[in-house]
Design a protein around this ligand. Structure first.
Ligand code: ADP
Length: 385
């Protein structure tokens, strides 16, 4: 075949490929050099429209510099934490409305994004990644409206439940008059159910406050050891019911820290009740509190069902529950860890875990000793152009 003809065929093929890529309805970025900071090798028209950058302006530029990525609290996500680096492990990574992030346009405005990032594998080696993303401003808006509705409903439910609890407590105290055994048993059931509802309403209220950026952190100097002991005490009955063995290792030099006792109690309760819930009978649970560098480190270990590998990236997402957890405990709502992560991060701390299926799970929390408490607010108008 004449050289000229082959060359023309190559050009035609290129034009066709380009037309295909340009017609993709989502924003598209091809990234190379992913192991060295990530450079942009190609973007399509939708990318240009959504970000305000032109292809020729961004070619060979660093992806982090051109399109910085922020989390919902407006914090810039570093390259090492960007999903793209996780793609280096060869996996496809998806983000959606449950865990969106924000891209910053050329004019510095931002928009929420759902994306899919897939590695480009050539001869068994990862040579780059392709990201397709779409603007989810509309979905975010309707999600916001739902959050506000949930907040309103939860708030309105608190008062009638407080009234129910108050009167049931009065009746159970037998101040009004004696109760026969049946009446007392039934009332105790009403009381338990009503308490469960209050707990659920409080969880929903916390979630909507986190979503709206209005969750208050009320800082006080607190003794974390004392707080942990109280929570273990509260869980004594469920620990006994399952014949679990609980061990504590609390270092002597734990200083008081500036934190919100109410929120921290919720976090401890979540981790401990999960360790109990997801452990078999006669399992082992341990709690360790230590002072490490500038942090207090809390470790909650259990010998329970573990978290399957595929579910691990979603464990802190709203409403997420792994199938193995649903099997043994149909009643959970999947909000405890979501709230815990938000609260710990608001206190400048970190939460993470290690797990082995059918062997157990370890949750870790660190909280800085000399922290500045920051109340992270959601961006005032993340969809503003
Ligand atoms: P819930 O316990 O109500 O389902 P959480 O937000 O506390 O909600 O936890 C989310 C999910 O994380 C659980 O449904 C379960 O799949 C998993 N999980 C959390 N803690 C543990 C644990 N200690 N062992 C095994 N799985 C856990």
């Amino acid at each position: 075949m004449p050289v000229k003809q082959t060359y023309q065929q190559l050009i035609d093929q290129n034009i066709r490929n380009d037309a295909v890529l340009q017609s993709i309805g989502d924003g598209l970025i091809v990234i190379v050099d992913v192991d060295r900071g990530g450079k942009i090798a190609y973007v399509n028209k939708v990318f240009e429209e959504m970000t305000g950058w032109k292809l020729k302006e961004v070619l060979n530029k660093s992806i982090v510099k051109i399109v910085p990525r922020q989390d919902k609290n407006g914090k810039t996500i570093s390259f090492s934490d960007r999903i793209i680096t996780k793609v280096l492990a060869g996996e496809k990574v998806t983000t959606d409305l449950a865990s969106p992030f924000y891209y910053i346009r050329k004019d510095k405005s931002s928009f929420p994004v759902a994306s899919v990032i897939t590695p480009i594998i050539l001869k068994g080696k990862i040579v780059g990644a392709v990201e397709t993303f779409r603007d989810i401003s509309k979905e975010s808006e309707s999600d916001k409206a739902k959050t506000e509705f949930a907040s309103l409903v939860s708030h309105q439910l608190r008062t009638p439940f407080a009234t129910i609890n108050w009167y049931v407590e009065l009746l159970l105290a037998k101040d009004i008059g004696p109760l026969n055994q049946k009446q007392e048993d039934y009332l105790r059931e009403v009381y338990k159910a009503s308490k469960r509802m209050v707990a659920l309403v409080n969880v929903l209220l916390s979630v909507s406050r986190i979503e709206m950026g209005t969750l208050d952190i009320d800082k006080k100097m607190i003794d974390i050891t004392c707080l942990a002991e109280t929570i273990i005490d509260e869980e004594k009955l469920s620990i006994k019911e399952k014949s679990l063995k609980i061990s504590k290792r609390i270092a002597k030099n734990i200083p008081k820290i500036l934190a919100d006792p109410k929120q921290l109690t919720i976090v401890f309760q979540n981790l401990l009740s999960n360790a109990i819930k997801y452990s078999p009978k006669r399992g082992k649970i341990s709690l360790k509190i230590e002072h490490e560098d500038k942090n207090i480190k809390i470790t909650v270990t259990d010998s329970g069902i573990g978290i399957p590998k595929a579910d691990r990236p979603k464990i802190f997402d709203r409403f997420f529950r792994a199938d193995n957890a649903k099997e043994i405990e149909p009643d959970g709502v999947g909000l405890g860890l979501y709230i815990s992560k938000a609260v710990i991060e608001m206190m400048g701390g970190k939460i993470w875990f290690k797990s082995q299926v059918k062997k157990g799970t370890v949750f870790y929390i660190t909280i800085p000793v000399n922290q500045k408490l920051k109340i992270t607010k959601k961006k005032p108008d993340e969809t503003k152009k």
